[in-house]
Design a protein around this ligand. Structure first.
Ligand code: G3H
Ligand code: 13P
Ligand code: ZN
Length: 317
């Protein structure tokens, strides 16, 4: 069943975070739905503009609708990740997306507010939830690269004003993470004090953590041992920090890079160990199962494991 992110956040706030995973193909979708079936957890399927270009909007919708039929017990939101204004409108009008992210964080404050406000009006008229972003994460997303010195943590006073003036349903906050595999030089540092200050000004309001992959060192090691050339200094978020961020209002945690690492590890190892194979379904099967196990693991860290029944009860009550 497709629900809005707001539906999920009402149940999750303060107790658990809903994992939001980017998908681009059928194998990811099957692993995602299977992993959440095993974990008995709600989730968010995220689609980036890059994914829409890669697979095509019709194909992505068909894949997700097929997965929904195969997993009728699943409760999830379909969310546009890092949308621009026009793509938000396309998704709202499609009738398929239950949630969009308008990312105007690279515009000045007043312009970000004006753009977000316009998207909120159109989205809410169609029953679609809106995530907005304030502050600037480091790293690369879509076609925008932000170097470390231009990354900017979210200002708590601005966050309050932004939410009040835009009417958005959740807010992506910059708290020291960045997209991709190279988030931290040295120690992984999340600014949880900043999250607490934002929560103080916006009690009960759902916050979103982007750039939340943990980039496990063992995954990087295995990829490199199987012919990869990732920088071994790659470093992500400490997964145990999710449990600290959840009571501070973080209800959505975005994970893409870690799933890409699972895919790369499985396929590199498979073809290294089976050089005679050219039936891609063989590593594909391994990937779906490994991705499902990865989802189970993440659900434990996000405390969403086993929360599906609570979500179902809240939705029907
Ligand atoms: O924030 C970016 C997400 O990881 C999506 O990546 O734009 O390459 O699909 P993508
Ligand atoms: P990662 O690159 O850490 O997986 O972040 C994904 C993300 O924030 C998607 O919006
Ligand atoms: Zn992001």
């Amino acid at each position: 069943m497709i629900v809005t992110t707001s539906d999920l956040f009402r149940v999750a706030y303060g107790k658990f975070a809903v994992g939001a995973y980017n998908i681009n193909n059928m194998e990811q979708a099957l692993g995602l739905f299977e992993g959440h079936r095993r974990a008995n957890a709600p989730f968010i399927v995220q689609i980036s503009r890059g994914a829409r270009k890669y697979a095509g909007v019709v194909m992505l919708e068909a894949i997700i609708r097929a997965a929904e039929q195969m997993y009728p017990e699943a409760i999830f939101a379909v969310h546009l990740d890092h949308g621009d204004e026009q793509t938000c409108y396309d998704c709202i009008e499609s009738g398929f997306y239950s949630s969009v992210m308008i990312d105007a964080s690279h515009y000045p404050f007043e312009e970000n507010i004006a753009i977000t406000r316009r998207v909120v009006e159109r989205a809410h008229a169609a029953g679609v939830s809106v995530e907005a972003e304030l502050g600037m994460l480091g790293g690369v997303e879509e076609d925008i690269a932000v170097d470390e010195k231009h990354a900017k943590l979210t200002d708590p006073d601005e966050a309050k004003e932004f939410v009040e003036r835009t009417g958005c349903d959740s807010l992506a906050v910059a708290i020291g993470t960045s997209h991709g595999a190279y988030k931290f030089k040295g120690e992984a540092k999340l600014h949880l004090d900043r999250v607490a200050a934002i929560q103080q000004r916006l009690p009960g309001f759902p916050l979103v953590m982007h750039g939340s992959s943990s980039v496990p060192a063992e995954e990087v090691r295995r990829i490199n041992a199987a012919g990869g050339a990732l920088d071994p200094s790659a470093k992500g978020v400490n997964e145990d920090d999710f449990a600290k961020a959840i009571p501070l209002g973080v209800t959505k945690v975005n994970i893409d890079t870690d799933g890409r690492l699972v895919w790369t590890r499985v396929h590199r190892e498979y073809f290294r160990d089976h050089p005679e194979v050219f039936d891609f379904r063989k590593p594909g099967k391994v990937f779906i199962d490994e991705y499902a196990k990865f989802i189970q693991h993440k659900s434990r860290k996000l405390l969403s494991y086993g929360q599906l029944d609570a979500v179902r009860a809240a939705l029907s009550g």
